[in-house]
Design a binder for this molecule. Sequence first.
Ligand code: NIG
Ligand code: FE
Length: 416
Amino acid sequence: MLFTHIGTIVQAHPGTPEKVKGQKLLEIPQLKNAWLRVIDGKIESMGSMDNLPAWEGEEVVDLQGALLMPTWVDCHTHLVFAGSREEEFQWRLQGKGYEQIAAEGGGILNSAKKLQAASEDELYELAVKRMAMLVGFGTGAFEMKSGYGLTTEAELKILRVIRRLKNNFPEIPIKATFMGAHAVPKETNKADYMRLVCEEMIPQIAAEGLADYCDVFCDRGFFTPSEAMQVLMAGKAHGMQPRIHANELGHTGGVDVAIDTKALSADHLEHLNDDEIENLRLSNVMPVFLPGTSFFLGIPYGPAWQLIERDMAFALASDFNPGSCPSGNMNLLASIACTQMKLPVEVVVNATTVNAAYALGLENEVGAIAPGFRANFKTLEPGQTLAAIPYNFGTFKPAKVFVGGKLQQEVFEKVK
Ligand code: NIG
Ligand code: FE
C-alpha cells in the first residue's frame, strides 16, 4: 500500500531513533511532501514526492497534504478492570483524600472486589471495548498491568485476559506487567501477602509465561522500599523485568529502588527532589510522568522541565485506571501536558512515541516512522498541524488510524 501526498511525516527516521533527551525533546524529525510504502504490516520505505518511484499494481491512498505520525505508545495502563468508581469520585469532591478513601475500603480494594466477581470473558469484553476506543483515539501500543486481582486466581485472570488481547490483536504490541503488590487485601496481613506474591503468584505467572514485567506500588501506606525491592527481585529471578510506581504520594524511596533493581522505568514521580533527579540522570531508568493522574487527583505534576534542563529523557503515559485516571485518551493527556506542565507539543510527542517505546523495550518496532517498523500510524485532517492535537482538548480524534498497516476499524471488526 502506498500513501502519497503526505504533507508532513512527523518522527521520520532512517532507523531506530535514540532516546530523546534534553533540548532534543523540543525537536522532531520531519519529512515534508512525502510518500510512504507499507508492505506486510510494516513500513518498507518513504521518500519525497519529488522522487516517487513507479510501482505496478500498488494500492494508493492520497492523503491530500495531511500530516502522518506514529500512533501513541501508552507505556503505563491498568486497562483490565471490572467497573467504575464513581461513588468514590464523589467522596473525593466532598474533600476526602486518596489515602483516606483507600483506608475506608475504597480505592484499589474496591476495584479488586469488583474484579474478583467478574468472569474472564466479561473482563475480556470490557478490555476489547476500551482498546478499540483508545486505538480510535490514536494509541497503537500498550502496557497493561494486573493488580486489581490481589488473589492468585484473580491476578492470573487479568494476565490471561491480557494474553488473549495479545493473541487476538497481533497488530498492536502489548506488554503485560504483574502488579500483585498493588495493595494488601483486608483479609490478610502484609507479611503473608508478601509471601503470597513472591512465593506463589510470581512462580505461577512465570510458569505460564504471563508477564513481561513486575511492578509494585512503593508509596506511603502501600509497600515500603525494602518490600518493593523484595518483590522486584523475586520477579527478576523469574524473568520479569522491574518497573515501579514511585513518589506519587511523597518522597517515599521508590526512585532508589528503581535504580538499584535496574528497573526499565520509574513511573508517577509527582514528587521528585534534586537528589532523586540526579540519581535518575546517572541511571538507565526511564522516568515516566502521568499527567492525567495529576489532573484527576489534583496532585502536583512531575517536574518535566527540570529533566529537560539536565539533558534527561522522560516518557509520558496515561495511567488509565478506574481510580486515579479513568481516561486513557492520549490526546487529552497531550492537552493536559501542554497546558499544565507547560510542555511544547514536540516534547509531548517525543515523550509519548520514541521515549515511551524505550520504556517498553519496543524502540525497534513502534514510536517512529522508520523502515522495518510496524505500520502503526495515524493521519490528521488535511490542514491540521501537530498543535491541533492538544489545542482541540477533549474532542481531538485522528482522521485515520492504522495498526499493522490496517485501518483500526477493520482490526476491531474481526473479533467479537
Ligand atoms: O497508578 N497508584 C497506584 N495505582 C494506580 C491507581 C490505583 C487506584 O486508585 O485504583 C495508579 O494511579
Ligand atoms: Fe499506575
